[in-house]
Every structure is written in C-alpha cells, then in structure tokens.
Design a protein around this ligand. Structure first.
Ligand code: SF4
Length: 388
C-alpha cells in the first residue's frame, strides 16, 4: 500500500563520465546512488523481504534491464541487507519471463548470491480494490509483489510506443495478471497506471540508464536514477532521454493527482547534463509509411496511436499477412473526420477517435494494443471483404 507521506525530491541521478562503466565502476555507481539516499537505507534495513522487479519482458535483450545492472544491484542488496531477496517479472502476453531468465542465465548468476529468481506468472494473483480509481476499480496482481516488505521497480531507460517513455511506473505492468495487461490498453494505459499508483507503491524505483533503449536501438547514457518517489524518478528518466516530461501522460496524471512530486532543481540539472537524444515514438502521422490502399486521417492524434499503427503495419508486413486488405481509411485522434467514400471502409482507432460513431470498425484502447486489437481488426477485415 502507498506510504502516507512522500518527499517531492526523493530522486537522485548518478552518472559515469565515460558513459560505459565496467563492472567495478557500475558497483561504485550503485553504491553512490544508494548512499545519496539515506532515507532508503532505513526502509531496506527494516524489510524482511525485498522483491526486485526488473524489465525482463520477453522482448529483445537490449530493451530489458541489463543483466550486469541486475546482478550488481542484487549484490549490493546482499552485501548490505539481511532481507530475503527475490527477483522476478512476468512478460507481455505471447512470451514468458522464464524464457528471458534462462536465456540470460539469471539463476546461475543470482542464486549464488542467495537471490531467488522467479517468473511471477507462475504464482497466483490476488484481487486488489482501487477505491479512488478513475477507470480501474479492481486489478489482479501476482501475490509475491503484494507480500514482499519492499518492492523495487528496476526499470530500463527506454522510449516506448504506447506511453512515450517506459520507466519505473510503466515497469509495474509486469506485476499484473495477463488479462489485466490487456485491459490496461483497453481502458487507457496512462489512466490505468495512475490508478495503479494509488494502491501500489514500491519502496524504491531505480532506472538502469547505463545503456538506454530508443524504440529499436541502444543509446549509451551511463546514468542511474533512483528514489522512493517513482514520479520524480521517472521525471528524471524522461529528461535523460530528452523527452519532455509534460508529454508523458501518465506522469502528468500522477503529478496532477498528487501521487508524487517533481524532482529537485539540482537533480533536474544533473539529468539534463547527462541526457542523450532519443528519437522516441513516431509523432507525425504524415511521416507514416502506409500500405497500398490505406489512408490515415489524423486529427490531434498523439504518438500512441500513430506509432502503434505504424508498428502494426510493419509487423503484418514482416509476417506476410498484410496483403489483401480492402481499401481503408484509418481515423485517429479526436479531430479525425474522414469523409465517406464508396468502396472504402472507415476504421476508428483509439478511445479518443472523433469518428467512432460513423466508423465501420472500432479499435478500442488508448492506445489499442498492436497485436491483440489493431492487427486482429485488420485481419478480420481482410478475411471478410464482403462488407465493403
Ligand atoms: S486513443 Fe487518443 S489519446 Fe489515446 S493513444 Fe490514441 S490518439 Fe493518443
């Protein structure tokens, strides 16, 4: 449950001038980060159990929390605290964290340190009510993350299609049951993350910004961010990737709702100095590469729908399932007003789309999930051309 009081500047940045620390330097950075936050020590010292939740995902290794950071951080915990230590995640649907655990050899690296390594998806979930939830009233969470004395969100510094940045708050999606991961997209990822923060508050958030991940490429940054206020931590993480925090909707919602605070000026200056340019998700619908016969009408659409739509087309092309779509106009954004043309279907994409009432098909979500909503609707239209 959430702690009652939070300090608005509970976040710190440490950097490595060479941007590519070796193992010894990395351990020194972790010690420096933790030493800069004496208020965290009391929390960890009072914990009988600590669960570290990295980004293990099920995706590409460079987009996950690095093995080096996971091992160095767990070693720091082992050497400084008596708590039982567990490291675990549950992946996106369609993959398993177990696969990542095996591919990275995490048990071999961490069990000698006394760290249990688990796929959270192998545990039961427990329903948690969200009394002040705006879109989410109940959520199912894997039990180990609820039963630990201190949950640590150890996230990768990365940009993301759905939420622009994916940091310690977005990393919390991995503690949710599979159906709830999908439900977050249906209801709106940013709103759901803010609702989740009202009932789940990790004792510590740490961003692995040694090597960031920018949609599909690595960026050497050489920084770590940590703190007990995950909003402040993620604010600094966004700055490290030169992403305007005001453009990250879940951060602005969390700040508006008092679920965290802004980092201090000195830490913002440190993040700015260490930052590297990340391209981030596609913002401009006019720059999309569209399959033949597809038009996009965008009106005030944000990067979520634009980049997810582009990603869905690319994925379908690579899977060889793009051919055969009927002529379509995809409307995105609240200001989208496509005109009706004979022989051409209108698909409204996203919960905010202004063309939902007159569309032939609607893709729900904010943004819709690439594989389970966008691709599904396109494949249904391809397989049922009679409706054109
Ligand atoms: S539904 Fe609207 S607000 Fe949500 S990601 Fe799409 S364009 Fe952005």
């Amino acid at each position: 449950m959430r702690n009652a009081a939070k300090r608005s500047s509970d976040a710190r940045v440490v950097t490595c001038p060479g941007r590519a620390p070796g193992q010894v330097e990395l351990s020194q950075m972790i010690e420096a980060l933790m030493d800069s936050m004496p208020w965290v020590r009391d929390k960890l010292a009072a914990s009988r159990s600590i669960l570290v939740k990295p980004n293990l995902g099920g995706g590409d290794a460079p987009s996950m929390t690095s093995k080096e950071v996971m091992v160095a951080f767990c070693r720091y915990l082992r050497e400084n605290y008596d708590a039982t230590l567990t490291l675990g995640d549950s992946s996106v649907i369609g993959s398993t964290s177990e696969r990542s655990i095996e591919a990275l050899g995490l048990r071999g690296a961490l069990e000698p340190l006394g760290v249990r390594v688990v796929d959270l998806a192998s545990f039961p979930v427990r329903r948690v009510e969200i009394p002040s939830g705006r879109v989410l009233k109940v959520v199912s969470i894997y039990e180990p993350t609820l039963d630990t004395d201190c949950l640590v969100s150890l996230a990768k510094l990365k940009t993301n299609y759905a939420t622009r940045t994916s940091l310690t708050i977005k990393n919390l999606k991995g503690i949710l049951s599979g159906p709830d991961k999908i439900r977050f997209h249906r209801l709106g990822v940013a709103d759901c993350l803010a609702d989740l923060l009202t009932v789940v508050a990790p004792g510590l958030g740490v961003i692995d910004g040694i090597q960031g991940w920018d949609i599909d490429r690595s960026v050497d940054v050489g920084a770590l961010v940590g703190g007990t206020d995950l909003v402040a931590v993620d604010y600094l993480g966004a700055m490290l990737s030169q992403t305007d925090p005001a453009m990250v909707t879940y951060l602005t919602l969390a700040l508006e709702r008092g679920l965290g605070g802004m980092p201090g000026e000195a830490e913002q200056a440190a993040a700015r100095a260490a930052s590297r340019p990340f391209a981030g998700p596609l913002d401009n619908a006019a720059a999309m590469v569209l399959p033949e016969g597809i038009r996009v009408v965008a009106g005030e659409a944000c990067s979520g729908c634009i980049s997810i739509l582009q990603r869905a087309f690319r994925r379908m092309e690579s899977e060889g399932v793009l051919r055969g779509l009927p002529p379509l106009t995809v409307a995105i954004g609240p200001g989208a007003r496509p005109s009706r043309e004979p022989g051409r279907l209108i698909v409204a994409m996203g919960n905010c789309c202004g063309a939902r009432d007159e569309a032939d098909r609607v893709m729900v979500g904010c943004p819709p999930q690439s594989r389970y909503e966008v691709q599904r609707v396109f494949e249904e239209l391809r397989d049922d051309k009679d409706q054109v």
